[in-house]
Design a protein around this ligand. Structure first.
Ligand code: GDP
Ligand code: IMO
Ligand code: MG
Length: 424
């Protein structure tokens, strides 16, 4: 039955949380398959704002099964505090399940994330410093510790003690940092494990069974296409696969499960962290968009870099994700910004025109955006409830984006609330 994937198609923070929350009203199951608490997904419901980092954005619906797949890296302390703060607001996590194969983020991952960023000097990635990269490194190196281990105290203590020898040696001898107190860590994390035990279940099996029973499944992407380890702006990327293909390996289901792939973008572009950004604005218009759009990171509070909509990136995203539709958020933010610009292609230094996003930073460095100007609008869009209610200039802007991206735009956002999403 219908299984939809929702992915970010820029550099994250496109408003995936809002779209998931809206689509989750029609879903039985919501699944996260990659990333960790580097994600920050905002959901506005009933005048309340929820910022979710690890728990799927379907959690606001009491009957929706919320699954965390094997490809997610779980910080036990963070997920428990998220469960507790939701409980304090009357939201139960009874329907939450975590795959036993998911790797856990431990204090040394967080420590090493910070230390290695410092060591990179001026060429740091600008990570969220949540230990994401170091945890995925251990997973790939086959030395990681998983949820199954965490909820079995003896296994956890043994694996943690063993891992600590190398981790503390690297922290102290390579980076000159301070060693982690392993016994204290084991005691603390064993308690987290005992609390998390009740949520552990095989997510591959649960998803497959739900699919076989004809239930509606929603796969919630985190980060965005340009932060993908391979398809993004490497090395300024995250350490997982936010593209739609990542859903299969991060959940444990085959690609034949998936019927639709919705890409979420903003009507302009933002990026938090370092790395190239061809349409970045360094002027007042950039500041205006940042302030109007409240472009400050949900996870770290860092100001987001802002720039024009980039159709080259979008065509890349349509291709690598196999998008069947787009949701364009934050059209309201562009009101009163003046003439709008859209990047339609890149021009290389030799004058040639590039329509496809380059594979490497070296090639990207040789490119500058080719812009098309589109008439702006000054109407307040936040009260619109139907696509037809949008002013003609906005409809024209959306129609032009659709043409340039080569993918139908199915939803347009004019505000953060559930009812500020206009379906076409
Ligand atoms: P995510 O990481 O993709 O889920 O996005 P974030 O939650 O990090 O950032 C998106 C921000 O934009 C959040 O504060 C949302 O509440 C907000 N938002 C989403 N859609 C819209 C929209 O159409 N208009 C406006 N003004 N804000 C929106
Ligand atoms: P959501 O799901 C925006 C960025 C970081 C940094 C790079 C690597 O809310 O869209 P990491 O901590 O993952 O090793 O950092 O990736 N980044 C995000 N940017 N939204 C996110 O998630 C992000 N998750 C990671 O800023 O540039
Ligand atoms: Mg976010």
């Amino acid at each position: 039955m219908p299984a939809k994937v929702v992915v970010g198609v820029q550099w994250g923070d496109e408003g995936k949380g809002k779209i998931i929350d809206i689509l989750a009203s029609r879903a039985d199951v919501v699944v996260r398959s990659q990333g960790g608490n580097n994600a920050g997904h905002t959901v506005e419901s009933g005048g309340e704002v929820y910022k979710l980092h690890l728990i799927p954005s379907g959690i606001l619906y009491a009957d929706t099964l919320c699954l965390i797949g094997c490809g997610v890296v779980v910080d036990p302390k963070v997920i428990l505090s998220e469960i507790d703060s939701l409980a304090a607001r009357g939201i139960t996590c009874e329907n939450l399940r975590i795959d036993p194969r998911a790797h856990i983020i431990l204090p040394w991952h967080i420590e090493l994330d910070g230390l290695s960023e410092k060591m990179r000097g001026g060429s740091e990635i600008g990570t969220t410093r949540r230990g994401i990269g170091p945890c995925y490194m251990d997973r790939a190196e086959r030395s990681g510790i998983r949820i199954y281990d965490l909820v079995h105290p003896e296994i956890f203590a043994e694996k943690a003690k063993h891992a600590a020898i190398l981790k503390n040696a690297v922290i102290t001898k390579v980076y000159g940092g301070e060693a982690i107190d392993v016994d204290k860590m084991i005691e603390e994390y064993t308690q987290y494990g005992q609390r998390l035990k009740q949520y552990v279940a095989d997510v591959s099996v649960l998803t497959y069974e739900a699919h076989s029973a004809g239930k509606n499944i929603l796969f919630e992407g985190a980060q965005g296409t340009l932060l993908d380890l391979d398809m993004g702006t490497y090395p300024f990327v995250t350490s997982s696969h936010p593209i739609s293909g990542g859903v299969c390996v991060g959940t444990g289901v085959g690609p034949t499960c998936i019927d639709e792939v919705i890409g979420v973008a903003k009507a302009y572009t933002t990026r938090v962290g370092k790395g190239p950004f061809p349409t970045e604005l360094f002027d007042e218009t950039g500041d205006l968009i940042r302030n109007r759009g409240n472009e400050f990171g949900t996870t770290t509070g860092r100001p987001r870099r802002t720039g024009w909509f980039d159709a080259v990136i979008m065509r890349h995203a349509v291709r690598v994700n196999g998008l069947t539709g787009l949701a364009i958020n934050k059209l309201d933010t562009l009101s009163d910004v003046g003439t709008l610009k859209v990047c339609v292609a890149y021009r290389k230094q030799d004058g040639s025109i590039l329509r496809d996003f380059p594979a490497t930073l070296e090639e990207l460095a040789e490119c500058e955006p080719v812009y098309e100007e589109i008439e702006g609008f000054d109407d307040d869009l936040t009260g619109c409830r139907k696509f037809d209610e949008l002013p003609q200039k906005c409809k024209d802007y959306i129609a032009r984006l659709e043409e340039l991206c080569g993918c139908p735009i199915k939803m347009v956002g004019v505000g953060p609330a559930r009812d500020q999403n206009l379906e076409r």
